[in-house]
Design a protein around this ligand. Sequence first.
Ligand SMILES: [Zn+2]
Length: 281
Amino acid sequence: MLSRGTAILTDALAAGRAVGAFATYNLEQVQAIAAAGETTGLPVMLLAGSSHFNHAGRRLLATLALTAAQESTTEVGVHLDHCRDLDELRWCVEAGYSSVMYDGSHDPYEDNVARTAEAVRIAHDHGVWVEGELGALAGDEDVTTGAGSGAPDTMTDPVQAADFVARTGVDALAVAVGNVHGFAPDAHLDLERLADLRAAVTVPLVLHGASGLPEKEIREAIGLGVAKVNVNAELRRAYLHAMTEELPTVLPADDAVRLWRAGREAVRRSAHDTIGQLVRP
Ligand SMILES: [Zn+2]
C-alpha cells in the first residue's frame, strides 16, 4: 500500500530501524525494490526524483512507482528525491507522492530557508511530508565519481540545523556528516557531529550516500536518530554486475527478458540485504 504521513519514519525510529530508501530509474528497479519490501515484510521507499526523471520521464516513472506502491502488500513510500524546482515538487505532490525532498543545500542559507519553507507550505496542504537538506554532499547522485569524504565546511552545523528546522517546518532533515553520493571507500561518518545534530533538532534525520559506508557506522547512525537511509550506487552496481554475468548466456537467443530478470533479481537481493542491515547496534 502507498505510505501516508510521517509514521513510516517515526515507527522505524521507535523500532530501532531506518527505512531503506532506494533510487529507481526503470521498471525492473521499481519492481525489485517493492518486492524487497515484501520479502523483508518492512516498509521501503522508492526514490523517484529529479535525476531519475531525466532517464525515465517524470509522468512515466511517477506512475510506475505509485502503481507499484499501491499494489504492494507492504507499505511503500514514493518520494521525490533532491528536487530543486518548486513546480516539479508541486506536480509530484498533486500526483500523489507520499513525501518530497526540497534540496536547497547548494544555495545561500537564507535562500535555502525561504524555498524549503515554500516547499513545506505546498506539500503540507496535501498532507505530504517534506525532507530538507542542510550541508552539501560531495559526489554525484547518478554515477560514482570517487569524490572523497566531505570537507568539514560542507558538513551540517547543529546550531544552524535547529534554526533551519524551526523556520522551515520540515518533517525530516538530510545531513552531511562525512557521507558522500556514490561509492567512496575512504568515507567515514562524523558520529559526534551526528549526536550533536540529534540533540539540536527533534525531526528524524536522513542519511544520503550510504553505499560503501562501513555497516557499523550506518548502524551507529541509526542509533543516533537516522530514520531514513538513501541507497543508490549499491543497487546500480548489483544491477550492472548481474547483467554483465548473464549477457553471454542470453546473446545467442536474443533473450533480453532473461537479462532484465537477472538485473531485477540482483536489485531485489541487494535491497533486501540492505534493509536487513538498517538496525541500530
Ligand atoms: Zn542524495
